[in-house]
Design a protein around this ligand. Structure first.
Ligand code: SAH
Length: 341
């Protein structure tokens, strides 16, 4: 059995051809899938015998909503979706002025081990399938009734540690006959798996690459982000430079401000140097609280002073607004959960 939601229209076309079916059916099937049907029987403009044949060769995956929380503060929605195998991941829908944005998970758990992040507790269980990531977007849109225009791959997991599936997901969600979400409306966030940067640059996608930098020097960065060990900040910035040159797309640096760890003026100056080198935009995020972690957010004064140093040296630095605070829906707070039933 093949996962039909992971297939592009031309692949469905080829499969239909092998079944001796007309290829125009592929477009119809792809459109039904984009509308979130759960079975071939719902595809009412297909002949009954074709529906039966399709059901023998393909399956249609879907998600089950285990929990939905809506923020009283700003309407942010956090979903816990159950996957076919009983695992579960969280997805967040944020309502920005420029449009509704979904923050999706790319793996069940994560093996990157960042010291301040809840998603990595318990390690990696498995990578998400392209259809599962697509369903996070599709089901969030259907369940919330909010049209989704933007996607950030900033939920649970490291997208570049699930490279092929994430690339396929991007093709699916970007497809003009599918959800048709523009690459410029998609951000992919990485802890810096630089060995994948050139491969990503080769695809020349117009998405925004967000690099979770969080520290400008090896000593600090390796302490809070194991992914830095054996790679190093200098190699990371060089990889960013090559990426920017190849794609012409500006990178953004994510920087969670952690009290007494990465928030001194020296850190700010070195960060400014890196950011200028690749014309990066810096997103400052006051660290979000995670119960299991000993880290605290920087004080508002430190944050302001830090931002001023960046700005004074010509770096575009903004502070990210926190959404969904009352439902633990912010960066680093999403968790993989096992279904209890
Ligand atoms: N693995 C990818 C994407 C998932 S995390 C990555 O590392 O980028 C999305 C963002 O949230 C990353 O920038 C991550 O470093 C950040 N983050 C993790 N825990 C956080 C916390 N407690 N407070 C603020 N940001 C956090």
């Amino acid at each position: 059995m093949r996962d039909i939601k992971a297939m592009l229209p031309e692949e469905i076309e080829a499969a239909l051809k092998e079944m001796g079916q007309p290829k125009y059916r592929a477009g119809q099937i792809f459109e039904w899938l984009t509308r979130g049907v759960k079975s071939f029987d719902e595809m009412s403009n297909l002949p009954k015998d074709l529906r039966a044949k399709l059901a023998e060769e393909f399956y249609i995956d879907g998600l089950t909503c285990l929990r939905k929380q809506v923020s009283q503060e700003d309407g942010t929605i956090k979903y816990l979706w159950q996957l076919r195998d009983g695992n579960a991941v969280e997805t967040v829908v944020m309502r920005y002025k420029y449009g509704n944005t979904v923050c999706i998970s790319s793996q069940v758990g994560c093996r990157q081990g960042c010291a301040f992040c809840a998603s990595t507790i318990g390690g990696l269980v498995r990578c998400l399938e392209p259809s599962e990531m697509l369903d996070e977007v599709l089901y969030s849109q259907m369940e919330s009734g909010l049209p989704i225009g933007h996607i950030v791959l900033m939920g649970i997991g490291e997208p570049l540690d699930n490279f092929d599936n994430v690339m396929r997901f991007l093709e699916l969600v970007n497809h003009p006959k599918g959800m048709n979400i523009g690459m410029r409306h998609i951000s992919l966030s990485t802890c810096g798996l630089i060995e994948k940067f050139d491969k990503l640059a080769e695809r020349n996608l117009q998405l925004t690459l967000s690099v979770s930098l969080h520290a400008p020097d090896d000593e600090t960065r390796s302490k809070i982000m194991p992914a830095n060990r054996g790679r190093g900040v200098e190699n990371l910035i060089s990889a960013c430079e090559r990426y920017y040159e190849k794609t012409g797309r500006r990178i953004s640096f994510e920087y969670a401000m952690i009290d007494g760890v990465n928030d001194t003026p020296e850190h700010a100056k070195l960060l400014a140097k890196h950011a200028r080198r690749v014309s990066a935009h810096v997103n400052l995020i006051p660290l979000n609280h995670v119960d299991e972690s000993k880290f605290e957010p920087s004080t508002p004064e430190h944050l302001k002073a830090f931002q001023k140093i960046l700005r004074d040296s010509g770096v575009n630095a903004t502070v990210r607004r926190k959404l969904g605070g009352d439902i633990d829906a912010s960066c680093g707070q999403l968790r993989k959960k096992l279904a209890t039933r």
